[in-house]
Design a protein around this ligand. Structure first.
Ligand SMILES: [Fe+2]
Length: 329
């Protein structure tokens, strides 16, 4: 089976763009965007207590809830965050230690410190990662059952120096972008007070809607991307569509749920104040691993779970073989 299935088959989600110049000129991106949005233009029904939250998310593409956790729970999450970063200083910089992702933007990371951790600490896991409210709202918007744990992070971001003012714009995350052309959810919890001076998240409310205008805009972008690999969109581009980005400022313990089919970007730092967040990413809802990891006891579920196991086993075997080959050479 592994011979016909690519290694990342289980964990791959449909990307922002796909295909070459000709297929996109012929409308591939239009067809895939329509296909990826069909049956999920409106959120699913949720229990009464969550209705107004989901309505806001449907209207704006982002839902902001200040003071999300009871004070003691929030303080424990913040404590777990602080402990996870003990022994690390944002002022230490070693180009050699940049992660694979960071190496794509060396100029940015010379000025801005970033450290992402995927913690399994108890309070963060119980109240944030396995949060029933967040889970129900997310699955209603995305129209996918969640069978796995979302990607979960602590994220420390801080400017190290006030020199090099334009450094923030050397990362593509500084420009408005949609992560993918279908509903997808990211969740942020501010762990300190965040505003325009310490890189507040920026979101263009209403830009998550699939409209004819958006579809035509996407068509142009898909052809440009296929030709040049340029995916930069500017505030002026999206203003022409009637979308206006705004900073999502909030005190510590502000939670927001963002549909990242909408246009968003990372804010800039004007001070050396850090931006500390806990984040969840539900992109895995689009993967075959999530679809096949059915947790029922019926025959189909048993078979699909076995498929996942087999693919993982074959992948591990291949990895082991390539590692031992490398060791021999
Ligand atoms: Fe993004």
């Amino acid at each position: 089976m592994s011979a016909i299935i690519s290694d990342d088959f289980l964990d791959k989600s449909p990307p922002l763009y796909s295909g070459g110049v000709l297929s996109n000129v012929l409308g591939l991106h239009i067809f895939r965007t329509l296909y990826l949005n069909i049956w999920r233009m409106k959120p699913k029904k949720v229990k009464d207590e969550l209705k107004s939250y989901v309505e806001t998310l449907d209207r704006d593409g982002i839902l902001i809830i200040p003071d999300f956790f009871p004070k003691d729970i929030f303080e424990q999450i913040r404590k777990e965050f602080d402990e996870s970063y003990s022994g690390w200083s944002p002022f230490d910089y070693n180009e050699e230690e940049l992660s694979k992702r960071q190496k794509d933007f060396p100029e940015y990371f010379k000025t801005i410190a970033e450290k992402i951790i995927s913690p399994n600490t108890p309070v963060f896991t119980k109240y944030f990662v396995n949060n029933e409210t967040i889970n129900e709202i997310t699955t209603a918007v995305v129209h996918r059952k969640n069978r796995l744990t979302p990607h979960h992070h602590f994220w420390y971001l801080q400017r190290r120096t006030l020199e090099n003012e334009k450094a923030g714009y050397t990362h593509s995350a500084a420009y408005p972008h949609a992560d993918v052309p279908y509903p997808t959810i990211k969740v942020f919890l501010y762990l300190n007070d965040v505003d325009e001076s310490n890189a507040a998240y920026i979101y263009a409310k209403g830009s998550h809607k699939m409209t004819l205008q958006r579809l035509l805009f996407e068509y142009k972008l898909s052809v440009r991307y296929a030709k040049t690999k340029n995916d930069i969109v500017t505030d002026e581009d999206i203003a022409k569509l009637g979308y206006y980005p705004e900073s999502i400022c909030g005190k510590a313990n502000t939670l927001f749920i963002s549909n990242n089919m909408g246009y968003h970007n990372r804010g800039d730092f004007k001070t050396l104040e850090p931006r500390l967040t806990a984040q969840l990413d539900y992109r895995h809802l689009e993967t075959w691993r999530n679809t096949l990891s059915r947790n029922d006891t019926d025959m189909i579920s048993k078979v699909t779970r076995r498929i996942v196991k087999k693919i993982d086993k074959a992948k591990k075997k291949k990895l082991r073989a390539s590692l031992s080959n490398n060791n021999m050479s």
